[in-house]
Structures are given as C-alpha cells and as structure tokens.
Design a protein around this ligand. Structure first.
Ligand code: NDP
Length: 288
C-alpha cells in the first residue's frame, strides 16, 4: 500500500482563497482584519516564522503589524504593548511569538494578558477552557489545521480510535480535545508512556507532535491508519523532517501528511482564519 498524501500546502491555499473574499467583505463593513505580532529577541527561527505570517496576511489583505523588541526587553514593556494592542480597534488578533527571551521571565502572565477575544493563538485559559467545555472558542492554529486536513480528506473520526503523541498545551492537548469533540476515542501519549509503539498500533488516526526526528516507524502503524505528522525537525542529513519516518510509514498508512508541506502551511492558514473570526466577532457577526 502507498498512502494517500494529505497535501497541506494545497489545502492552505484553498483556505486562504476563501478568506481573501471574506477579508474584503469585512473591510467594506469597516473591520479590515488586523493582526499584531510581538516579536521579542533575535531567535532566527522566530524571525522566519513571523515573516511567513506577515507575508500570508498581506497576501489576503489582512493588516499586519510587527512589534520588534530587543533581546533584553523586560516583562513590563511587553505587557504595555499587549495592553495597547488590546485597546486598539484596528487590531483583532494579537500573537506573542514564542519563545520569549529569558529577560521576560515566565511567558504565561503575558499570554494571559492578551484579551481572549483577540487571542488568535488560542493559548489563553479562557479559550482553552471553552474548547474543553465544547463551547465556541478561538482554537490553537496547529490542531485546528490538523482537523481541517482530516475533514478535507473525509477521514472518519466519530467512533474511531485516535492516538495523540505529545501533550503540549499548544498542540497535543488541544488536538486531543478537538478529536474528542469529534467523537473519537482518544489516547494521549507522552514521554512516560511505556510502550509507545503498542499504543500507536491501535490508532485509526495518529497525530504525532513530539519534536523527535522520525520517532514513529512504519511498523508501529495499523495498516490503513491516517497519520498526521506535526513535527518539524532537522534530520542527521540536515534536511527538514517530521516526527514520523515517512518512508516506512508511507508503505503502511492509508493517508499521511508530508513534512514539509503538510501541517505547517495549515497552521498559518488557521491563524488567518482566527483573525477573520475575531474581526467578525468585533463587528458583532459571530461568536468567538
Ligand atoms: P513540546 O516539546 O512542547 O512537547 C513535546 C511532547 O512530546 C511532550 O508532551 C513530551 O512528553 C512528548 N515526548 C517527548 N519525547 C517523547 C517520546 N520519546 N515519546 C513520546 N512522547 C514524547 O513540543 P510541541 O508540542 O511544541 O511541538 C512538537 C513538534 O511539533 C515539534 O517538532 C515542533 O517543532 C512541531 N510544531 C510544528 C508546528 C507546525 O506548524 N507544523 C507548530 C507547533 C509545533 P512530556 O510531556 O512527558 O515531556
């Protein structure tokens, strides 16, 4: 068997096309969607991610503003920027690019300072809580992107066994909640799971978000399983690769996301979708 490729690049382009018209309509109604990104410090990977977000926003007509702060910035300064953006009617979404420099200390109070209605990353406890309760919420972009990939490939979820490998607050936990909300039976695995291969083998759908190059092997998979690979790593060969050993997994899975070109582009598309949702809500046209 050779797995069907779940092409995140193509799907993200479709999502952006749909959003372009919506951005224009919102702009006509007086709420051109606006995204502000706080980029503190000189982490090169963060600078690249923020450039991608700016470019994608500009392409569909979303206003984007990047606030660049030095490596030695303190928490009070970041907080003041968040407060100003919370009060700025032109900005519907606020994103604090992680990681923040060490000079800022614990990032959580800053993430929680972002108004929940502008929390387009979906990291605020209010949005995480709404997600857990099954209420409308701004949902973390990477798991939201994984769900859209599954939906567009018409992968059945209800009643299926989904295994999420990784329990981070930004990927694994919200992913598990979304799958549960879609009526999957969900297992969450992490670094203390004794027999990861055995857990993965039971999965109809496996989502891997660990950060270990090619951790999940093809012979761990149930034949025909759907594999969503969130990982972004540099392999020993210096090439970008996922948390799944693509070559061996492709021979067993029914469908699989490539890395690159799978989940990554969907994350940015879902960020833009969240900015539009927040703008709609500001116009009083939608729930969060
Ligand atoms: P974290 O480091 O925050 O979490 C990793 C999780 O993996 C933890 O829950 C950890 O368990 C678990 N884990 C670590 N080692 C093992 C192991 N050997 N077996 C089972 N579980 C293990 O990572 P993130 O969730 O932030 O990111 C995961 C990956 O996804 C990274 O490669 C990251 O670059 C990528 N990513 C990609 C995005 C995209 O847009 N494509 C967006 C966000 C992330 P424990 O909790 O016990 O420590």
């Amino acid at each position: 068997m050779t797995a069907r490729l779940l092409d995140g690049k193509a799907l993200a382009a479709q999502v952006r096309d749909g959003l372009r018209a919506e951005v224009a309509a919102l702009a006509d109604a007086g709420a051109r969607p606006g995204l502000a990104v706080i980029l503190a410090g000189d982490d090169p990977a963060s600078a690249v991610y923020v450039r991608h977000k700016e470019k994608a926003a500009a392409e569909i007509g979303v206003l984007s503003r990047v606030i660049r702060l030095p490596n030695d910035v303190d928490a009070a300064t970041v907080r003041a920027h968040v407060d100003a953006l919370n009060a700025d009617a032109a900005i519907h979404g606020i994103l604090i690019q992680l990681p923040l420099p060490a000079s800022v200390g614990d990032p959580r109070p800053l993430l929680e300072r972002v108004h929940p209605d502008k929390d387009v990353d979906g990291f605020h406890p209010v949005n995480m809580g709404r997600l857990a309760l099954g209420e409308p919420a701004l949902v973390a972009c990477t798991p939201a992107g994984c769900m859209r990939l599954l939906a567009s490939a018409e992968v059945p979820i209800a009643g299926r066994h989904a295994v999420v490998v990784g329990r981070s607050n930004i990927v694994g936990k919200p992913m598990a909640l979304l799958l549960l909300g879609a009526n999957a039976t969900v297992t969450i695995c992490h670094s203390r799971t004794p027999d990861l291969a055995a857990e993965v083998r039971r999965a109809d759908i496996v989502v891997v978000a660990v950060g270990r190059a090619r951790l999940v092997k093809g012979d761990w998979l149930k034949p025909g399983a759907t594999v969503i690979d969130v990982g972004m790593n540099r392999g020993d060969d210096g090439k970008l690769c996922g948390d799944v050993d693509f070559a061996s997994a492709q021979a067993v899975a029914g469908a699989i996301t490539p890395v690159p070109g799978g989940v990554g582009p969907m994350t940015i598309a879902c960020l833009l979708d969240n900015v539009c949702r927040a703008a709609r809500r500001a116009l009083g046209k939608d729930q969060p």
